[in-house]
Design a protein around this ligand. Structure first.
Ligand SMILES: [Zn+2]
Length: 400
């Protein structure tokens, strides 16, 4: 039963937004592809007799049982997101939504009667691929993203989020914090494909998340002096590209020494000519790690190597998922290992807003994510569904 339901759900959305040439997915918020996926979600909810609710940000919630009948305990919510990064993989997001429906099917086939309402969620715009802010759907309802700022965010074609929402049939005027929706979430468990090789190394199919690493973005402004690449003696040059090279090397070395990761993945060079010594280089550093002091130290070392300041553009402190919940789920799942992650998730946003939250990770054989190479074996996906079903059964306390 689980097998057929998982396969059927997976197959239905597999072609949506897939580039036939690269195999990568382009499923951006409030586009035609997104609309197809939202229709699919609504259809699967209806097919199971679940009540569909769309919140102020446009997140979709499918409820089994009345979420307002649960009182302060709230409901048990599972799910994830259906959007993707440009040329993303098939699993990041959709695996959590598909597994949620499949887990409900497995429980129902076994005659399970929930003692609490159960919700399946599709968070809108998790990747921020179109409007630049990740986890926009969960940030809006928790108030972490200001409603006016959200409405005014523009995509690469200059279309504002408000306009994109309106075109897709969602009223942008209603965008804003949504305490009513949050009140219904007693506990949220997001199943996600692992975006690293932790489970491969451990030889296990499923883990629980321990935390989301502190992470941030910093900008380095490196000044130089434009001059001719042929006629300027080396001794007379002020070449900011050398500072950039030092920064890149330092990022790698400092991160390795402190158990962090650090990346300079975006660079702007002025005037960007082959035969011109650059007048200025602007580079962006992304640094993450298990401990904030180490992350901060990496940033300082990079700045020192570049002989420049590192301007902080964003920083998110460590998200620690509920320890009690994590331990409970780990015990439930045969002593499942606990893994930290360097990637952000809606689960992290909800945890930061005070919602008891946990995550399950499913093994990814290559560890590659945000790429068409992202993968999870069918066997491991089914192990993930079984784990999620077990978790729902435990948390939603059956009548029997
Ligand atoms: Zn994701």
């Amino acid at each position: 039963m689980t097998v057929e339901s998982f396969d059927g759900l997976w197959t239905a959305i597999e072609p949506v937004g897939r580039d036939g040439r690269t195999g990568g997915y382009r499923r951006f918020a409030w586009t035609g592809e997104d609309a197809t996926l939202r229709e699919w979600f609504a259809g699967e909810a209806a097919a199971r007799g679940l009540d569909l609710v769309v919140d102020r940000a446009g997140n979709q919630w499918a409820w089994w049982g009345d979420p307002d009948s649960a009182g302060p305990a709230g409901g048990v919510v599972v799910g994830s997101h259906l959007d993707s990064v440009p040329d993303g993989g098939a699993y990041d997001g959709p695996l959590g939504v598909v597994s949620a429906f499949a887990a409900l099917d497995a429980l129902r086939a076994g005659g399970f009667e929930p003692g609490r309402p159960i919700g399946v969620v599709n968070f809108v715009d998790e990747e921020g691929a179109r409007f630049g802010v990740a986890c926009a759907g969960s940030r809006i309802i928790t108030g972490a993203l200001d409603a006016d700022r959200a409405r005014g965010l523009r995509d690469g074609d200059g279309i504002a989020m408000a306009e994109a929402m309106a075109r897709a049939g969602h009223d942008p005027a209603g965008v804003g914090p949504d305490p009513e929706t949050l009140r219904r979430i007693g506990v949220f468990v997001e199943l996600h494909v692992e975006q690293g090789r932790g489970l491969v190394d451990l030889g296990r199919p499923v883990a629980v998340a321990s935390s989301i690493w502190p992470h941030g973005r910093w900008r380095l402004d490196l000044a130089g002096e434009a001059n001719h690449a042929g006629t300027t003696r080396l001794a007379d040059r002020r070449d900011p590209m050398l500072a950039l090279a030092s920064a890149i090397t330092a990022a790698r070395e400092a991160a390795a020494a402190r158990g962090c990761v650090a990346t300079i993945g975006k660079v702007r060079v002025e005037p960007n000519g082959v035969n011109a010594i650059p007048s200025a280089v602007r580079a962006w550093l992304d640094a993450r790690g298990p401990d904030e002091p180490d992350v901060r130290a990496v940033v300082e070392e990079v700045a020192r190597a570049a002989a420049a300041g590192a301007a902080e553009e964003s920083f998110t402190a460590e998200t620690i998922f509920s320890v009690e919940l994590r331990d409970r789920l780990a015990a439930l799942l045969g002593d499942a290992p606990a893994l930290g992650t360097g990637a952000g998730h809606d689960a992290g946003i909800l945890a930061a807003a005070g919602v008891p939250t946990a995550m399950l990770f499913v093994r990814n054989p290559t560890g590659v994510s945000h790429s068409p190479a992202e993968h999870a074996s069918r066997e491991d996906c089914l192990a993930g569904v079984a784990a999620l079903a077990r978790v729902i059964e435990d948390l939603a306390g059956g009548a029997g």
